[in-house]
Design a protein around this ligand. Structure first.
Ligand SMILES: NC(=O)c1ccc[n+]([C@@H]2O[C@H](COP(=O)([O-])OP(=O)(O)OC[C@H]3O[C@@H](n4cnc5c(N)ncnc54)[C@H](O)[C@@H]3O)[C@@H](O)[C@H]2O)c1
Ligand SMILES: O[C@H]1[C@H](O)[C@@H](O)[C@H](O)[C@@H](O)[C@H]1O
Length: 337
């Protein structure tokens, strides 16, 4: 077992910097040994104050300098494939922020490379599986006391989007989480995706149709509707209502105290994903580190990344056609059964 997992974090932007701080301050059994970013100033800022953390412009340079046991990949999704294939060739564990890659063909190439390695080495950053609410909902559904799950109603609202957030990214950067959650909660694959574009918000930037409604069906016929609304302004909200045969369960309602005073009632709105899912990210990264030290994977794997990428591809097609698009999956390799 590796005593102290020395991690190279690739991409020191919003998510990478958050993970660097988390590993440095809260994660046990690991340290940040390298910060890689094409923007060296940004890498330097993220590495500042972390003993032993060196700064590089590429993963190859970091690897050549030595002291890299594992990679945490936090660059934009379209850049993931190349780094994943490299890390698999070097046989070092990887935590890849979602999405694994943006479409099925590129994700399948990653699956093929991992099969060549012969063991699972990639964990995908679907942190909702580590959220206490989602974990409880999964237990309620799989426990069976409320009968079969029939429908899920999901809401996914972000205050705004960063520059360069395309219309396709509503699906392959945001709804990719719901694709994973649906597979996690039902234990089934998704069979089809449909996207409906209704009245757009005046707050959406040019080129983005926001909000959108995504309709999902699983292999046993569980129906799911998702409101994806990425310029909702008021704050960050992710929640799900599950309709089961003998009960309705809600998670992700605004939490914290609700105060009634001076003729008003109210509580706090979560500003962003860091606050909503902070505990989940901590558990996710600790689980990855613990497993990686034993050469194992501690969460959703490359098959989960591939299956959701296939859903994203169907979703992007459905955005332009308006039709229900079937999700086509290759046969699941032995490595993931
Ligand atoms: N799990 C979650 O809730 C969550 C939240 C936010 C972002 N993410 C994911 O994290 C990843 C990063 O998102 P972000 O919001 O931090 O993006 P960001 O734009 O803030 O940061 C990306 C960083 O990557 C760097 N970069 C670009 N090309 C590079 C290259 N070739 N080599 C090294 N560095 C390079 C950029 O300079 C930038 O610093 C994405 O995959 C995104 O989907 C996940
Ligand atoms: O990259 C982010 C992140 O994955 C958040 O969890 C999600 O709510 C956003 O929609 C997405 O853009």
């Amino acid at each position: 077992m590796t005593e102290n997992l020395k991690i190279a974090v690739v991409g020191a932007g919003r998510m990478g910097a958050d993970h660097i701080d988390r590993i440095h301050t809260r994660i046990v059994g690991a340290s940040v040994s390298a910060v890689v970013d094409i923007d060296l100033d940004r890498a330097g800022q993220a590495a500042a104050g972390i003993p032993g953390a060196r700064v590089f412009a590429s993963l190859e340079e970091a690897r050549a300098a030595g002291g890299v046991d594992a990679v945490l990949l936090a660059t934009p999704g379209f850049l993931h494939e190349e780094a994943l294939i490299k890390a698999l060739e070097w046989d070092i564990p990887i935590l890849c922020e979602k999405p694994l890659t943006p479409d099925a063909a590129t994700s399948w190439r990653v699956i093929e490379a991992e099969q060549k390695l012969g063991r699972q080495s990639i964990q995908v950053g679907f942190m909702r599986r580590f959220d206490a609410d989602y974990a409880k909902l999964e237990q309620i559904i799989s426990g069976g006391d409320l009968g079969d799950l029939l429908m899920l109603h999901c809401r996914h609202r972000n205050p705004s989007t960063p520059p360069g957030f395309t219309n396709e990214m509503l699906i392959n950067d945001s709804v990719v989480h719901e694709f994973d959650v649906v597979r996690y909660l039902t234990g089934e694959e998704i069979s089809s995706v449909q996207v409906r574009l209704g009245k757009p918000s005046r707050n959406a930037p040019a080129g983005q149709h926001d909000p959108q409604q995504v309709l999902i069906e699983t292999t046993s016929g569980v129906l799911v509707d998702v409101e994806i609304f990425v310029n909702a302004k008021f704050g960050y909200e992710v929640g799900t209502q599950a309709s089961l045969e003998d009960g309705i369960v809600d998670i992700g309602l605004d939490h914290g105290p609700v105060t009634r005073t001076a003729g008003r009632v109210g509580g706090d709105v979560t500003p962003g994903f860091e606050e909503r899912f902070g505990d989940a990210y901590d558990r996710e990264i600790q689980s990855w580190v613990d497993a990686a030290r034993r050469d194992e994977v501690g969460g959703p794997n490359a098959w989960d990344g591939y299956a959701t990428a296939a859903c994203c591809e169907a979703g992007v097609k459905a955005q332009s056609s308006g039709e229900k698009v079937a999700v086509e999956l290759n046969e699941k390799p032995e490595l993931y059964r």
